[in-house]
Ligand binder design. Sequence first.
Ligand code: PLP
Length: 430
Amino acid sequence: VNRSDIHYFGAGPAPLPTAVLEKASSVLLNYKDKGIGLCEISHRSPEANEILEDAKKALSTLLDIPEDYEVLFLQSGGTGEFSAVVYNLVSIWVEKKRAKIAAELSSSSDSEEAKKAEVVNRLRKVVDEELKLDYLVTGSWSLKASQEAARLVGAKHVNIAADSRQVNNGKFGNIPAESEWKLTPRGSGGPALVYFCDNETVDGVEFPAFPQSLEGDDAPLVCADMSSNFISRKVDVRKYAVIFGGAQKNIGNTGIAIAIIRKSLLPPISTPATPDLMRELNLSVGPIVLDYPTIAKNNSLYNTLPIFDVWIAGQVMAGLVDTYGVKKIGGQEEISNDKARMIYDTLDKYPDVYRVVPDKSVRSRMNICFRVHGGDSEKEKAFLAGAEKHGLLGLKGHRSVGGIRASNYNAVSIEGAKCLVTYLEEYAKA
Ligand code: PLP
């Protein structure tokens, strides 16, 4: 079977542009006529540095990333970042509280040692009573992220500010109205972070826009998982403390994650609490490879970075920069929207055959989840078998929810979306 004969709608790893893969096969053998391939050269070589800088530049151009944000390349996968945001932001929150208490005690006549002990005493109480991490649970991935936070800092510190299952008969598929969210009040300290998953890959739910309740000058530190809708629409980066995502859906191949971090969260502006203090407070100390200050200080090269993966991501992003010019990621957004609209319109046209799973207001442009004949498993099997015969692969829904899922990532062409539409029509009419 030729690549050109199929259209792949898998949820990730996902397709890559053929031209990039063709170039990749040659750079794997011989990079820039050095007689050695890209997987074989040092991640600290000038060539590797250039690749890293080019990838950063392409991402910054596409998303208009402001100067006061840092781009990091990591090997954590999306899942590793569930832990990283907790370690890093809790430690900053603790240090802020420590500094405040230390300042309050600075004029006391007690010995330095006694003051230090008193800081830890008071801090323990503050952590116990005030440490909160807000999670908006709108699907399987934000649920997993919230569970990881509970594992790391203890469930009592994790505030589930919203849970979609409560407004959708115990299932994911909608987002509660913002007026219903129970966010930790802003003001003195506020939550250590507010977390949401911008696009829920398994459940086909996407935030239509940045939540209004997280706006404002005193906005809490917002962390967003964009693993499955990274570089598919415009993003106002300034509204976020951390944006992260695995590369393997819209950006590149499996092996790297990318994080965009507000520089004011890094030294010298923000200092994390010391590991000793965190231990004294019974809070976990993160592994060094998840430590944002360390990775930033080392330009993402604290340890061996898979430069080939960064090269692929850089090629994909540079391709988008060339294609869309001044429209930047807005150009890709229009195409993603058009493809998604085409598919949803066809599904909606045949309500006796297809049922889109999530509510219309939160339908993902990236992962289109639907049932065939009310979820009849034999009929869904037959639907998938028929799709394969048409060269439409990867349409099976996630094993936890079943059904059909058409992932509409950037590398799915308009032609691919049209082929799917043709099949949907044919199947429904038959
Ligand atoms: N977040 C989202 C939205 C995902 O879709 C996935 C994986 O599919 C992950 C996180 C986990 O990413 P990884 O497998 O790279 O750890």
